[in-house]
Design a protein around this ligand. Sequence first.
Ligand SMILES: Nc1ncnc2c1ncn2[C@@H]1O[C@H](COP(=O)(O)OP(=O)(O)OP(=O)(O)O)[C@@H](O)[C@H]1O
Ligand SMILES: [Mg+2]
Length: 246
Amino acid sequence: MTEKTKSGIPGLDEALHGGFPKGSVILISGGPGTGKSILMNQFLYMGATEFDEPGVLVSMEESLASTFRNMDQFGWKLEELMETGKLALVDASPMIQNERVVLKPEHPVLGREEFTMESLLSLIHREIRRIKAKRVAIDSISTLTLQHKDLFRIRHDLLNLVRSLRMSEATCLVAVESPTETSIGRFDVEGFLMDGVLMMKLMSQGNVRIRTIEIGKMRGTSHQMNPLLLIIGDKGLQISDLPPIQ
Ligand SMILES: Nc1ncnc2c1ncn2[C@@H]1O[C@H](COP(=O)(O)OP(=O)(O)OP(=O)(O)O)[C@@H](O)[C@H]1O
Ligand SMILES: [Mg+2]
């Protein structure tokens, strides 16, 4: 039996037949505003508060100050988790002087300068060891993949990332933007390299907009195949079956 890491997100563990396979690296793919960041922070927050599993948040695009603010509305006090060693942050977001809340890695300043995967990975591993993290969330790898023009270099970098994350034995979520509803990630290679893929979508049904989440693949476990309804409420994400189309 594969050991599982419970997401703690209502409805998602049931759909995953118990949770994410422990130690796997999962891609969270979706367009803007589909709920990727909320899902990743809920995974870390629930891990830290319900399952005694510390986590590392790697912020590559949104500033950490903005993430703190956005997650506060769900009652998730990320700063408190940091103080008790349940959460570590790696700030690799583009430099926003006034909003920066933690020290930057030595060189990498994404969006401004050349960025090395090695320095980012060594920093992530250092934080994993420091707080004995069992969960990692990287939000997101879109900018990272856009650093290279050729698909070979992108694939090479992503393979390094996935292999290195697997060695940590933490369960890792990696967000990526998908520019269209049918694509997985920016270059469609991201999904192949990961152990699992969740696709998040915003779509119109008549004159109502709904959010859905689909488990595209999940190595090492059976799972629900159909798209599921995703609702963002005042306690975060909640997942349930889609109502039948009238
Ligand atoms: N309290 C709330 N109640 C309901 N919906 C909310 C609430 N807070 C945020 N949202 C919705 O969640 C969306 C943002 O979710 P999130 O930041 O997780 O998206 P994302 O997929 O990470 O987007 P991006 O690609 O821009 O980073 C908002 O656009 C809004 O529609
Ligand atoms: Mg986001």
